[in-house]
Design a protein around this ligand. Structure first.
Ligand SMILES: Cc1ncc(COP(=O)(O)O)c(C=O)c1O
Length: 364
């Protein structure tokens, strides 16, 4: 079993702290502790409940119709929940299907665990929506888990309720689990489909405080699922992290109590940033895209084709601007642009992007 570095995370680790303009991040601008107005003085720095603080689990369960805290596992980000769910549900002799592109750990974990894997590729011609006939065709007798991510990272595509229900129907028919990464669901431009875990015992909802809530540093995410899956997550994580950060849980609970207000603020920032990106895209001639339908990321590509690596390296080194090259997401002809950050940073970052594109086209 070999755990290789993920090219996406390598790029982040190398450059994200070195730049002046970050227009590649995949979440809303992060908060500072002092912005939150949360008193952390009385936080007890002891081990926590292995599935998360009961008050936090209850608060989360309130968002999922028909679910109780027994259906909730709070984890060290969605990343840990993803790892634990795969490790619990899928053995080495089993098979799983991962929609691609997505956040790479969704497919890198099964690769590392030497689980047989098929990718359900999202295509430009389908506006990056999954083709469920193709999904039916790649299910094997030993398939145990299918994962979808919508709004999708990095394309920003969204599925309809009809597609979600159809995908769940396929999972039920084959008696397998469908995990939906709903990390960006609260930032869908239109009404999002229902939360997957509210629709079927075979469905698992996965999400995080990292993106929509601007709190990646607290490392809190969760899964909502049937109790047997929640117990499986507990068993896996007891061998990894045991419990969550005490500070992270307190902050997550306080923010979820103000959820409506926080989400309203985030949505209005995201929408006004999105208008800036859209106007910028409409006025330039080097790039093309499928417009996103939610989340805070999109994946443009070069009209002339080819890798975006040179562009991203030029941007980071000369223009001190951070975007994510497509090779880190196994889609070399694209790059990821994020619009969840500060408005001013986005505006200057896009100016830098324009300069880099001009420079490359004049030298080619
Ligand atoms: C779609 C998606 N899921 C999961 C994650 C993992 O997030 P975290 O572990 O910070 O909750 C990411 C991070 O980029 C993501 O984009």
């Amino acid at each position: 079993m070999v755990f290789k570095r993920m090219p996406l995370e390598d790029w982040f680790d190398k450059y994200q702290y070195e730049v002046d303009y970050d227009i590649g991040e995949s979440g809303m601008k992060f908060f500072r502790v002092k912005d939150l107005g949360i008193d952390l003085d009385e936080v007890e720095l002891r081990y926590g409940y292995h599935l998360g603080r009961p008050e936090l689990r209850k608060k989360i369960a309130e968002m999922y119709d028909g679910c109780s805290m027994e259906n909730v596992a709070v984890t060290t980000g969605a990343s840990e929940a993803n790892f634990a769910i795969i490790a619990h549900l899928v053995n080495r002799s089993d098979h799983m299907i991962v929609e691609h592109p997505t956040y790479p750990s969704l497919y890198e974990v099964p690769r590392s665990l030497e689980i047989s894997l098929s990718l359900l590729r999202l295509k430009w011609v389908d506006r990056f929506k999954p083709n469920l006939d193709e999904l039916r065709g790649i299910i094997k007798p030993n398939t145990k888990l299918i994962t979808l991510t919508h709004p999708n990272n990095p394309t920003g595509s969204q599925i309809t309720e009809k597609t979600l229900r159809e995908a769940i129907g396929i999972a039920e028919e084959h008696d397998i689990h469908l995990m939906v990464d709903e990390t960006y669901r609260d930032l869908t431009f239109d009404e999002p489909p229902p939360l997957a875990a509210t629709l079927s015992k075979n469905a698992i909802s996965l999400t995080s405080m990292s993106k929509v809530y601007g709190l990646p540093g607290i490392r809190i995410g969760w899964a909502v699922a049937d109790k047997s899956v929640i117990e499986g997550i507990r068993a896996v994580r007891e061998q990894m992290t045991i419990c969550n950060s005490a500070f992270g849980e307190v902050i997550a609970l306080e923010i979820l109590k103000r959820r409506k207000q926080v989400l309203n603020d985030m949505r209005s920032k995201m929408m006004s940033n999105y208008e800036i990106v859209k106007e910028w895209m409409d006025q330039q001639s080097w790039l093309e895209w499928i417009e996103p339908e939610g989340g805070v990321v999109c994946a443009p590509r070069l009209r002339n084709g080819g890798s975006t690596r040179e562009l991203c390296e030029l941007l980071v080194r000369k223009y001190r601007t951070f975007v994510v090259p497509g090779y880190g997401l196994e889609m070399d002809e694209y790059f990821r642009l994020g619009y969840g950050g500060d408005r001013e940073e986005l505006v200057v970052g896009l100016e830098m992007l324009k300069k880099a594109l001009e420079e490359l086209s004049s030298s080619s």
